[in-house]
Design a protein around this ligand. Structure first.
Ligand code: ADP
Ligand code: MG
Length: 727
């Protein structure tokens, strides 16, 4: 009997919801209690130093040593009061998770007495032993080691793990020569560029605008599986997804999970991780069931992009830890289960001015609406120009299982804007000659006044689009649930910044003396609407027709990430990033190399595990069952029951056929892997994609058929119905 599976089932079924400790009766009483905000600093700094700190952060300038010492000392005092003993620079290396290297505040003074100290130099800079972080050959080319540097725009926080408390200083990670080795550095650069480009354009409409901030609200989808059951599935432990598993008799057909109430055990997990997140100043607000059984979502209030990205990384970490404490395994994988919905990380993105305007919110005032249209159309144009780059930005081996699958956006990039705005753009496009009225009435002819003041109809949604306008923001839905949003957001910021700079240049060069600037702007928008039309799609993104239509429009459908990553090597992409000063050619090459490498490792691990599980779990169970059948056939024959024996023989042959298919394909896959392993990184990624991965489905098909045929008692891996419905 499959002992581990059945003891796990027993354990899972006997669980009770965990008691949740509530930090205070109201969220407002404990929100951000673990964060060293600027206003927290005020109480620990002299008023002169506090003012200087505010000014430095506002201007983004370098902090001097003296001030750094004062701030570090303030942070230490605040942290030690809260039981913190260690500090670390907290950063996001390119392998995807976050990294830390802890040092304690403990020091000996010149009398040999123990004291707590945190020096300015340590706050500003730390040198992790970086030799094991991926760098795409960069550190060999440039410098052996890198350092982390304080990102003062994201506040320090206390990370709590059991009784261990650590002060975490959000940081960037760069080589000694200034080459970025992380996700945050290019993100910060792109945000700075976007601010400058958008502010320059805003100046056409409102001289008060001196700063534009990109905002981001990340909806995070995930699955929860009982920990004991997950531990009995080596694929969930090692890959975060099930590589085998027949769909259960009941999947998500009934859609009852989505509307159903959240089970108590899950609810107490949610309450618990939300409390932890809120203490860390992560403004989580929304929680609900998702479409698939055992799938859920949480969403915070939106924040400035850099902060939102940091908070999402931190949130995933908190959720992992709290899930463990509630005897769950949390799955952030894009497609943990075949045949039911996968998980995404919907990146809701917009632009906000220092005067408090959301630049992507239509308004009732014609003048503001022209400004809205400028930003709206420029974003669409940017996505049209760089659709392939957007695709590359979400390319991972794990997201490939989701894109184009069950209820997930396809790998074709397109933009959905809804009926109302489509007709506004259509009207603007067709209206070749413009009759201008006086003053505010100037835009009436365009139908712009039809955009109602109460924004747009919120029900006009399209869940099949990878990039959808949702009333006052764009929602990039194709981002994978396990991804770090920094990369796709860096790309979006960069291409929009580039497009806005281009737009600004065109306005300047087309403006002639005495001509109304609004007219020039409208002319340019009209050109943009025409030239970017192919990217707009309002229909069903899941349909076959769309794939065909997209092909006619010249839009790419790059289903495999290994191929999508090739875009980083193209000359116009290299030129874009060097022009923007975000990546040099070598840096971009290094990033591409790292992405290929990650792809290879992911597919390689899965492929090895498929071999392993097929041979050590599936085939032995099938053989045992086959033996039982053979014995049964012999008995039937002894009893003279020839007809029955023949029928049983057919079953035995089916089982036997599947065993052969599994063994043959496993050994062919092993050979394909051996060939891929000797290639250089890019060729290896392509080989893993085109030559190794195709075996996954072939092997899985037979394994899943066997799951239905074989005696349940012999089956070692917890089944989908158990993973998905027991909680
Ligand atoms: P839904 O898409 O489920 O209707 P919401 O309207 O609640 O969701 O928004 C989802 C996410 O979008 C939330 O994180 C929310 O804070 C965020 N969001 C709302 N407005 C903006 C904005 N102007 N910029 C960025 N994100 C936003
Ligand atoms: Mg949404």
């Amino acid at each position: 009997m499959a002992i581990l599976r059945f003891s796990a089932l027993q354990m899972a079924q006997s669980r009770q919801p965990k008691e949740v400790k509530v930090p205070a009766s109201k969220i407002s009483e404990f929100y951000g209690s673990h964060v060293f905000y600027l206003h927290t600093a005020e109480a620990y700094l002299s008023s002169a130093n506090y003012k200087r700190l505010c000014a430095t952060i506002e201007s983004g300038e370098k902090i001097d040593v003296e001030l750094a010492d004062a701030v570090a000392s303030a942070m230490k005092t605040w942290a030690v009061e809260r039981g913190v003993t260690h500090f670390t620079h907290w950063f996001q290396p390119l392998r995807g998770t976050t990294a830390e290297k802890h040092d304690s505040f403990f020091e000996l003074n010149n009398k040999g007495q123990a004291i707590e100290r945190f020096k300015g130099g340590e706050l500003i800079k730390q040198e992790p032993d970086a030799s094991s972080f991926p760098s795409g050959g960069l550190r060999n080319t440039f410098e052996a080691r890198g350092y982390t540097a304080w990102d003062s725009s994201s506040p320090a926080f206390i990370h709590e793990s059991g009784s261990i408390k650590t002060l975490c200083v959000p940081s960037i990670f760069v080589s000694y020569t200034g080459v970025a080795l992380d996700y945050k550095t290019p993100l910060l650069k792109s945000l700075d560029l976007l601010n400058k480009a958008a502010t320059a354009v805003c100046q056409y409409f409102d001289k008060e605008v001196t700063k534009v901030t990109a905002t981001l609200g990340i909806e995070q989808e995930y699955f929860l599986v009982d920990k004991a059951l997950a531990m009995a599935r080596p694929d969930l432990v090692l890959c975060g997804r099930t590589i085998f598993g027949h769909s259960p008799a009941r999947g998500q057909q009934l859609s009852d999970h989505y509307f159903g109430s959240i089970p108590l055990r899950v609810k107490s997990f949610m309450q618990d991780f939300e409390n932890e997140a809120l203490k860390l100043g992560i403004p989580v607000r929304t929680r609900h069931n998702e479409v698939a059984p055992s799938q859920y979502e949480c969403a915070p209030l939106f924040e400035e992009v850099n902060l939102a990205v940091d908070h999402n990384s931190l949130l995933m970490d908190v959720m992992n830890r709290v899930a463990e404490a509630h005897d769950f395994k949390i799955l952030f994988h894009e497609k943990p289960f075949a045949g039911i919905n996968g998980s995404g990380k919907h990146n809701n993105w917009s632009l906000q001015t220092n005067t408090g305007r959301n630049l992507l919110a239509p308004s009732s005032k014609p003048k503001e609406n022209l400004q809205f249209l400028v930003f709206f159309v420029n974003v669409i144009k940017a996505v049209h120009t760089y659709a392939d780059l957007m695709r590359a930005g979400i390319a991972t081996a794990s997201n490939d299982f989701r894109l184009g699958g069950h209820e997930a956006p396809p790998a074709i990039m397109s933009v959905f804007i809804g009926k109302q705005l489509s007709s506004v753009l259509d009207e603007l496009e067709k209206n070749a000659t413009l009759a201008i009225g006086k003053g505010e009435n100037m835009y009436m002819k365009l139908g712009i006044d039809k955009v109602p003041p109460i924004l747009l109809d919120n029900t006009d949604r399209n869940r099949t689009s990878p990039f959808a306008f949702t009333g006052n923001k764009f929602e990039f839905r194709a981002v994978g649930s396990s991804a770090n949003s920094a990369n796709p957001m860096m790309i979006l910021n960069s291409i929009v910044a580039d497009q806005l700079m281009e737009f600004h240049k065109e306005v300047e060069s087309r403006s002639k003396d005495g001509q109304k600037r609004e007219l020039v702007i409208i002319d340019i928008l009209r050109d943009y609407i025409r030239s970017s039309k192919a990217i707009r799609f309002e229909g069903d993104g899941y349909s076959e027709e769309w794939a065909k239509e997209a092909q006619k429009r010249g839009l790419k459908n790059i289903k495999n990430s290994a191929h999508a990553l090739e875009i980083y090597g193209q000359n116009h992409i290299k030129a874009l990033f060097s022009k923007l000063g975000i990546f040099s050619e070598i840096e971009l090459e290094a990033r591409q190399e790292i992405e290929y490498d990650k792809y290879v490792l992911q597919v390689q691990i899965e492929s090895r595990l498929i071999n392993d599980l097929a041979q050590s779990h599936i085939v032995p169970a099938a053989l045992a069952y086959q033996n039982r059948l053979a014995e049964n056939i012999k008995h039937l024959r002894d009893l003279g029951l020839e007809k029955e024996a023949k029928e049983r023989m057919e079953l035995l042959q089916t089982v036997s056929g599947h065993i052969s298919t599994i063994l043959k394909n496993s050994s062919d896959m092993l050979e394909a892997r051996k060939k891929a392993n000797v290639l250089d990184t890019k060729a290896a990624a392509l080989a893993y994609c085109d030559k190794v991965k195709p075996y996954f489905d072939k092997i899985r098909k037979s394994v899943d058929e066997l799951e239905l045929l074989i005696d349940d008692e012999l089956w070692t891996l917890p089944k989908y119905r158990e993973l998905l419905f027991i909680k």
